[in-house]
Design a protein around this ligand. Sequence first.
Ligand SMILES: NC(=O)c1ccc[n+]([C@@H]2O[C@H](COP(=O)([O-])OP(=O)(O)OC[C@H]3O[C@@H](n4cnc5c(N)ncnc54)[C@H](OP(=O)(O)O)[C@@H]3O)[C@@H](O)[C@H]2O)c1
Length: 341
Amino acid sequence: MAHSPAERQAMQRALELARRGPRSRNPQVGALILSPDGDVLAEGWHRGAGTAHAEVDALSHLPEGAARGATAIVTLEPCNHTGRTGPCSEALIRAGVARVVYALDDPGETSGGGGDRLRAAGVDVEPGLLRDEARELIGPWITAMRLGRPHVTVKWAQSLDGRAAAADGSSQWITGPAARADVHARRAAADAIVVGTGTVLADDPALTARDGDALRAEQPVPVVIGARETPADAALRRHPHEPLFYDTHDLEFVLADLWDHGLHRVFVEGGPTLASAFIAAGCADTVLAYVAPVLLGGPRLALTDVGVPSIDAAIRLAVTDRIPLGDDTLYVCETPTEGAR
Ligand SMILES: NC(=O)c1ccc[n+]([C@@H]2O[C@H](COP(=O)([O-])OP(=O)(O)OC[C@H]3O[C@@H](n4cnc5c(N)ncnc54)[C@H](OP(=O)(O)O)[C@@H]3O)[C@@H](O)[C@H]2O)c1
């Protein structure tokens, strides 16, 4: 059965509700309960680990029996595991819901399978409504679930001839204001922003997400990787969040620890050394390359060794977007790690 216009509109609303939830180790999920005529009976969203899942939250606003014959609209497949809150599929069956429409399959080994459980109980189940929009919201969470580590975006700005800095190491500003504004918006959508000690010592970055001069409401946690000491007066020490420092080059260890801190969207803005290390380790899922029509020449390439000895081993990226930003162009690419999804 096709989705009705009311269901489509409800899914859009469910995605809005999902965004109200915190970005943490749990996914952001929204849900609505619709009457058989398509009227909204209740809304809900997930407020973080240990609290009710979105569909259960929505059901909790209804009196006993009011959801009988209703349709549940959920941005993620209702879960099938008991966890801390009990399976949502069971709650929907108990409430007598007749139809469940969801956007994305739950890839979790224990949490997935809620759709089948609902079908087995005679509920009409329809997956895939606004899947792409939902993926944009919780795609990183899904990658994280699949890989058991945070989703990693590696970003750099480069000259047309592939340099990340001029010969003297200066790199601010290769790209123009539109590209820089885009970076700040994307930083705000990340949980952690990661640089190497080389960038801290060369640029003294604040690692905040700003809108013009103003700090944005959402700020990623600043993270520095490397053995060298960050100066006591470094700008990032004045960040609204306490920075995390890792005196190691073991990126898998760092990612596991960030995951344990509930940081599952990691934005790497370090220099060429760190960007290359993430790519070589197979720990980069999305690449953002901001390309400016300037020539710098010289030795400071945007990437160093990424473990490609010959052209046969080239890391082929899937370009998912190509966005003009003033005179610059942003390439949004998925790596083979991500493409394996
Ligand atoms: N164009 C851009 O987008 C952009 C962005 C940022 C920086 N930059 C420029 O890049 C230059 C700095 O480059 P960079 O490469 O030195 O910066 P970086 O990549 O931020 O830092 C490199 C340092 O990180 C540490 N590190 C942590 N994990 C590592 C690992 N797995 N493998 C190797 N090293 C690891 C090492 O320091 P320890 O010895 O302390 O362990 C290493 O020397 C500056 O000129 C800056 O302006 C450009």
